[in-house]
Design a protein around this ligand. Structure first.
Ligand code: GLN
Length: 484
């Protein structure tokens, strides 16, 4: 079943050649067999899933199913799920049972998708390797000695190993695309404002965006069209019609202009990765797309700007975790200050504390202009670079990451090295643009991702282009040998 697309499985469900209960049991079995070696899911909601599957079968029998009714998915653990622990993979929220569903969780539930549990991630989505999780690292199905990427490592690893058909994820600086690249799966970060952030635990609110990881662009389209849309509970969500993405996938790419930034093929990129991505672009050229060299001159500034803006927003967002209202509380506090201090010292991990320290420093009086204001000015420049290039091309394309998945522990003592990982992904977050990563080949048996960045609210163009590529290649259908 894992080898079928959601589209095909959905047809089989409606023809009743399989039932949703059978499908759910199949994936639950795979989770039991494979999750111990991956640590992709940190919470399994088996009973709830089987109940929902039985309801899905009734809905299918009544003839009012959607394409997602009965399809097995799981949620990144920063999306609130009513009655189910929502920990953000932090000790701080280890005991937090969400009292309501995030908007995307309720939307997918209303469509009949079955959630099998919650997925591992870097603590509060801060990281690029999933190693900062309070519940331990998650492992890459293609090589268990390597990281799956982050912060949505659990989402990417679970889809890659066929433990679920699709997973929700979030992307603040690359956290959907980079793990999708490392695990050989397809991920889309929509335009900022396209998908509601209601019920998504905030990291850096002006950059965070919810999205999806699945095997193919077509599967992503089926989920995204349910998740996207205006939500009055999120003041940054946009009042814009949501196209039926899954029905717009067979358009010709003849004459489509693809901008290839020269900065994305610098000497920092592994030569094998560069070559694989270039070959993928040439494949698209053969299908009629036009490749045009472009420049994003401020690419080298995206990391310094992001690592001021994101920690600044994080330091403010995470101030709510004070040991008073919810989350971890230290034992026997002497006074209020002691309560704050010891709850936060014990509740947060090192990376989260590092970000809070950077953020409060950058925002403090006397440094605000030098750091935060400067970073916002750089953000504007980056935004303008992308807007300028997108005046003359439809899509920008290049590698998602500079390399394939690193070994576990590689960046343990060197956070700066880990931060550099996201040099090609952060631009789309700073500029608020939609972006995808799709499997484009293998280097030494490890997946390589091709990144596509589009115009604001033009997710259809990205999904269509990705689908066109996936019609002529089979990188996205592969499973790591141990998870066949
Ligand atoms: N790796 C980046 C960081 O550590 C991006 C994380 C994300 O997109 N959530 O902040």
């Amino acid at each position: 079943m894992k080898n079928q697309s959601i589209f095909t499985l959905s047809e089989q469900l409606s023809r009743k050649s399989i039932s949703s209960v059978e499908l759910t049991k199949y994936f639950l079995e795979r989770i039991k067999k494979y999750n111990p070696s991956l640590n992709a899911l940190i919470t399994l909601t088996e009973d709830q899933a089987l109940n929902k599957a039985a309801q899905a079968d009734i809905r299918i029998a009544c003839g009012n199913a959607t394409a997602l009714t009965g399809i097995a998915i799981a949620h990144k653990d920063l999306f609130c799920t009513e009655g189910v622990r929502t920990s953000c993979c932090s000790k701080m929220l280890d005991n937090f049972i969400a009292p309501y569903d995030a908007k995307i969780v309720s939307a997918l539930d209303a469509a009949g998708a079955i959630s099998l549990g919650k997925l591992n991630m870097d603590e509060f989505a801060m990281g690029a390797s999933n190693e900062t999780s309070f519940y331990g690292a998650c492992f890459n199905p293609w090589d268990l000695k390597r990281v799956p990427g982050g912060s949505s490592g659990g989402s990417a690893a679970a889809v890659s190993a066929g433990l679920v058909m699709a997973a929700t994820a979030s992307d603040t600086g690359g956290s959907i695309r980079q793990p999708a690249s490392f695990c050989g799966v397809t991920g889309i970060k929509p335009t900022y404002g396209r998908v509601s952030r209601y019920g998504m635990i905030a990291f850096a609110s002006s950059l965070d965006q919810a999205g999806v990881i699945a095997k193919s662009a077509q599967d992503c389209a089926l989920l995204l069209e349910v998740m996207a849309g205006f939500d009055e509970q999120d003041s940054t969500s946009m009042q814009k019609d949501v196209p039926a993405y899954s029905k717009m996938l067979n358009q010709s790419i003849q004459g489509l202009k693809i901008g290839v930034p020269k900065e994305f093929f610098s000497s920092d990129v592994d030569p094998d990765v560069s070559k694989i991505v270039m070959d993928a672009l040439k494949e698209l050229e053969k299908q009629g797309a036009i490749l045009i060299e472009v420049s994003l001159p401020n690419t080298s500034l995206v990391i310094p700007a992001y690592y001021v803006i994101a920690p600044a927003e994080a330091s403010s967002n995470l101030s709510r975790f004070d040991g008073v209202r919810y989350g971890f509380r230290c034992d026997n506090p002497k006074d209020l200050n002691d309560l704050y201090l010891r709850s936060r010292t014990t509740g947060f991990g090192d990376e989260v504390k590092r970000r809070i320290m950077i953020g409060t420093y950058a925002l403090s009086a006397g440094f605000y202009d030098a750091y935060y204001l400067k970073a916002q000015q750089v953000r504007r420049k980056v935004y303008e670079d992308y807007q300028e290039v997108l005046k003359s091309v439809d899509v920008i394309a290049g590698p998602t990451a500079t390399d394939t998945a690193p070994l576990l522990g590689m960046h343990g003592n060197n956070p700066k090295q880990a931060y550099l990982n996201d040099i090609f992904t952060i631009g789309a977050n700073l500029a608020g643009l939609p972006a995808m990563s799709i499997p484009a080949g293998f280097s030494a048996n490890l997946p390589v991702g091709l990144q596509l960045i589009g115009k604001a609210f033009d997710e259809s163009c990205l999904l269509n282009l990705a689908h066109a590529y996936q019609q002529i290649t089979n990188w996205h259908t592969q499973y790591a040998p141990d998870f066949e």
